[in-house]
Every structure is written in structure tokens, then in C-alpha cells.
Design a protein around this ligand. Structure first.
Ligand code: ARE
Ligand code: CA
Length: 477
């Protein structure tokens, strides 16, 4: 479940957070051209709708399932199926964000597909009712196996609480039993049969590894599975408990990388020379890596401290390093702008999500930034090549090659740095893909700074000024 296959040497996924299925479908050809292997889509199941929340229709309503009918804020079942088949035809895979640990919060209402729901009692498991699955009170964990007095997770040091009690009040499914397992497995199998290639397993920390193993083991079609386990140390549940069943999101990665780029918390770029397992991360072949995600870019999910699109210069540096460095399966974030951390995507007053218009001020589309998508191209060109020719100045300037395929130089000093490097590259002329659109002459499409001529010995002299728009140069065959 932890292996993935991509078409045409593409090796990076993008999270198109809160995009509608119709917009993803019409972008898949473009995503393929930019080098993306796969799209992580927002949860497609029926979800709670909070019209009276302040702000109305928060993004997180989609993490509260009402049923496994595939009608959500992003579109209905026909639109979802059309997206999957259109993207598959373009060679771009679809990964579904899969919320199977729980259903809604307390209260009651009508879901995005029109189904009624009732979260039942706050302290017992009386009254839960999700008729469109159907789930009833007996399908939820309760006082017999959740050892907290509130019924919620009050102590992350208590493994039984974390897995059997309610995550922020969300009604927790009894996945030790066959029937709830069969229902969630049926949902997963349904979308596999429609052509979905993989799953992000939401809140995997809150489910027993054995229960997940049983759910995955009953699936046919060899999906790629990556599991959300926030392991930043200090808790009894670790990412390593899940790596035998699929990949795991490595949350230490983005925070540590952001610290290095900012020279924060005693970190510096020079320390990145062994970034990966030596830093206490899970094995690279088990990891999904990212600078920020939809939670921690807005202070949810152990958030705070990671770089986001709100600090574009440093964010581009962090993404450039992630995409140039051979550890983990990288995920690029694509966001909408927000002030309120609960605000849903750009939409009309009834919560109907707007069509995506990249760069219109609402849809940030980091995956379309030249400095990011051209590094996706570099990543793909360098797959399988080891890091070589590491250079640093002991502080905030670094450079390295990827075998004989790619070379990257970053200078976050407060002064200009000029250096003659062994680039590892074959002799020839190269354009900088951070400031240009092509990698080989003629260098066109952007500002085109710092094109280089690599001599027969593989060396070239490169300068990055501290006043450059982007303090990165990147070259590849
Ligand atoms: C919303 C409201 C809550 C309210 C609840 C029920 O915000 O105030 O109590 O509804 O009414 C998302 C949002 C939540 C939201 C939820 C449901 O982030 O705010 O709750 O949707 O609508 C833990 C989990 C981790 C989880 C994070 C958020 O371990 O799995 O919390 N991340 C995933 C998704 C989220 C999503 C959910 C799970 C739920 O990525 O987007 O929640 O489906 C330490 C621990 C971490 C812990 C973290 C935060 O770092 O180590 O394990 O993460 O603290 O508590
Ligand atoms: Ca649970």
C-alpha cells in the first residue's frame, strides 16, 4: 500500500484544497504538463453543512461525514466520476482524502446530499443516527472502551483515549467491529472501482493499526495509501506503528525545514546536508513530505511555525529544497487566501464554491507559481539520482547536485555570494528554472537571471545577491 506509480516520470502530488471536481477535471491536462503525478482532493463524501457558523460554511465541515454518498461541496457523483476519468486519461491520479475515524459532531442536521443526521448524546453513545449509511448508536465507541469522563480525547498520553474517544467531539466509529469496517471499506472500494488510485487516511492516529490493516486488506485494486499521523515526538503513538501498512505524513519535515530557511530555533540551511532519517524522521520510502498542509497553514493540527504562501520568498526556498532533495514523496500545497482560519473557500452567500481563477487574489495556486512548478520539473528529472557535490558556507548558503542531472544553489545570507561550484552537470548551457521557464537556451519566459555555462570539468560560477527576488538558482538536464 505504500508504493505508488506515476506516469511519464512524474513524482510529485499536489493538494488542490477545496477545489470543485469540475475545476480539477479541466486542469488535469495542465497538471500533467507541469509534471504532477497526482492530486489529493478534498473529502468527497456527504458532509455536515454549517450555514449558521461564523463564518458560514467553514472548510472543516467536510471533515464531518454524514454518509458515503459522493455529493459534497465540490460536486456530485457524476462530477466526481467525470474528474476521475478525465484525470486518468491525462495520466494524473486522484487520491481521496478519506475520513473514516468518525462521523459528525453533536447536534443534528441535513448533509450535503440531503441526508438527515443526528450526533446524539454528548456523554454517551445514545441517539447517534446516520440513516443514509446506515449507522446507529451501536456502531460508535462509547463508555465501555473510551476511558475519558467527557467522552472526548482529553489526554494524548492515553492510547485508549486517542483511539476510542472522540477527537474534538466527533462521533467515533467502532472500527473493531465488522459492520462499520464493511461500510467504510465499501466506500473505499466504490471509489477505487471508479478509478481512484490512492487514499489519504485522515486521523489515522485515532484508529487502531490492526483495524486499518483489516480495512485495507479487504480492498481490491492495489490502492496507494498514506496515513495522517501527527508525530512530532512526545506522545506514545508513533508514525512507525503505521509504516508497514502504507506511507505516513512526516510532520517533523515541514517544521524543521521552515526553521532552517528562517534561521529560527538554532537551525540553519547548512544543517540540511543530512536532512531525513538522521533527523529522527521515518524512512524516506515511508514518508509523504510537505512544507505546510491545510491544517497547519491556519494553526490547526499541531500548526504554527511552518512557512506558508503568506511568506512567499521563504516559502519558495522551502519548496525548492523539498523538491530538489531526495527524501519522501513530496506534496505541494495549493491554497485559497484567508484571514479567518475557519473560512471556507471563495464562494457565494449560500456556500457554493466559486470556480477557480488562479492568482485572482482568492485562489493562491502555489502549484502554478513558476518557482514551484519548475522545481517539480527538476524533481522529476533527478528521480533516483543521489545527492552529490554538497557545498555550504557553514551558515545560510548551500548548494548540491543530484548526480549528473541537476544542480541547486540557495543563498539566504544578508549578503551576495559568488562561488565556483562543481555542478556535476554535463558541459553545456543551462537556464535557471527559478527565473526562466525553460531549462535550456534560449532562456525565456521569466526574468531569466543567472544562466550558466558549465565547462568540461563540470564547474560553473554562480552569484546570488541578497536582493534577488528569489535567492535560488536551479539547473537541470
Ligand atoms: C471542528 C471545530 C472544533 C469542534 C469540532 C466538532 O473546529 O472546534 O470541536 O468541529 O464540532 C478539521 C478541523 C477541526 C474541525 C474538524 C471537524 O481541523 O478543527 O473541528 O475538521 O470539522 C489532531 C488529530 C489530527 C487532526 C488534527 C486537526 O490527530 O488527525 O487534530 N487532523 C485531521 C484533518 C483535519 C480534521 C480532522 C483530522 C478531523 O487534517 O483537517 O479536523 O477529521 C497535537 C497532536 C495531534 C493533534 C493536534 C491538534 O499536535 O499530536 O494529533 O491533531 O495536537 O489537536
Ligand atoms: Ca477512533
Amino acid at each position: 500500500f505504500g508504493g505508488y506509480s506515476c506516469e511519464d516520470g512524474r513524482d510529485v502530488m499536489v493538494h488542490l484544497f477545496e477545489w470543485k471536481w469540475s475545476d480539477i477535471a479541466s486542469n488535469c491536462h495542465r497538471l500533467a504538463q507541469l509534471g504532477y503525478c497526482a492530486v489529493q482532493v478534498s473529502p468527497p463524501h456527504e458532509h455536515a453543512v454549517y450555514a449558521n457558523n461564523d463564518p458560514p460554511y467553514p472548510w472543516w465541515q467536510r471533515y464531518q461525514p454524514v454518509s458515503y454518498i459522493v455529493t459534497s461541496r465540490s460536486g456530485d457523483e457524476a462530477a466526481f466520476q467525470n474528474m476521475v476519468s478525465t484525470c486518468n486519461a491525462a495520466g494524473v491520479k486522484i487520491y481521496v482524502d478519506t475520513v473514516i475515524n468518525h462521523m459528525t459532531a453533536g447536534g443534528s442536521g441535513t448533509g450535503s446530499a440531503g441526508s438527515s443526521w443526528n450526533g446524539g448524546d454528548d456523554y454517551t453513545n445514545i441517539g447517534q443516527d446516520y440513516p443514509s449509511v446506515p449507522f446507529g448508536p451501536g456502531d460508535f465507541n462509547g463508555a465501555d472502551n473510551c476511558p475519558s469522563s467527557s467522552g472526548n480525547i482529553d489526554d494524548y498520553q492515553n492510547v485508549d483515549q486517542v483511539r476510542n474517544c472522540r477527537l474534538v467531539g466527533l462521533r467515533d466509529l467502532r472500527l473493531g467491529d465488522d459492520y462499520p469496517r464493511d461500510m467504510v471499506r465499501g466506500y473505499m472500494q466504490k471509489v477505487i472501482d471508479w478509478g481512484v488510485a490512492g487514499f489519504r487516511i485522515d486521523a489515522a492516529k485515532h484508529m487502531w493499526p490492526g483495524d486499518l490493516g483489516s480495512i485495507y486488506g479487504g480492498l481490491s485494486g492495489s490502492p496507494f495509501i498514506y496515513q495522517e499521523v501527527i508525530d512530532q515526538g512526545g506522545e506514545p503513538i508513533t508514525a512507525g506503528e503505521y509504516t508497514s501498512m502504507g506511507r505516513v505524513t512526516e510532520f517533523k519535515y515541514g517544521l524543521s525545514l521552515s526553521d532552517c530557511v528562517r534561521a529560527a530555533n538554532g537551525q540553519k540551511l547548512a544543517y540540511l546536508s543530512n536532512f531525513g532519517e538522521d533527523w529522527g524522521f521515518i524512512g524516506g520510502l515511508s514518508a509523504v513530505v510537505f512544507v505546510d498542509n491545510h491544517d497547519n497553514q491556519r494553526g490547526h493540527g499541531g500548526g504554527g511555525g511552518v512557512l506558508t504562501h503568506k511568506e512567499p520568498r521563504d516559502y519558495k526556498v522551502a519548496n525548492a529544497f523539498m523538491l530538489a532533495w531526495p527524501y519522501g514523496y513530496p506534496r505541494v500545497m495549493s491554497s485559497y487566501s484567508f484571514e479567518n482560519a475557519d473560512a471556507g473557500p471563495p464562494s457565494d452567500g449560500s456556500g457554493n464554491t466559486n470556480d477557480v481563477q488562479c492568482f485572482d487574489g482568492d485562489w493562491v495556486c502555489e502549484h502554478e507559481w513558476r518557482q514551484i512548478h519548475n522545481m517539480v520539473g527538476l524533481h522529476n528529472a533527478a528521480v533516483g539520482e543521489p545527492v552529490a557535490n554538497w557545498w555550504d558556507n557553514g551558515n545560510m548558503a548551500i548548494a548540491f547536485s543530484r548526480g549528473a542531472k541537476a544542480f541547486v544553489f540557495i543563498n539566504k545570507e544578508e549578503f551576495s555570494v559568488t562561488q565556483t561550484f562543481q555542478t556535476g552537470l554535463p558541459a553545456g548551457e543551462y537556464c535557471d528554472v527559478i527565473s526562466c521557464d525553460g531549462n535550456l537556451p534560449p532562456c525565456t519566459g521569466g526574468e531569466c537571471l543567472g544562466s550558466i555555462s558549465v565547462d568540461d570539468a563540470g564547474t560553473a560560477t554562480v552569484t546570488i545577491s541578497n536582493t534577488d527576488t528569489d535567492p535560488i538558482r536551479a539547473y537541470h538536464v
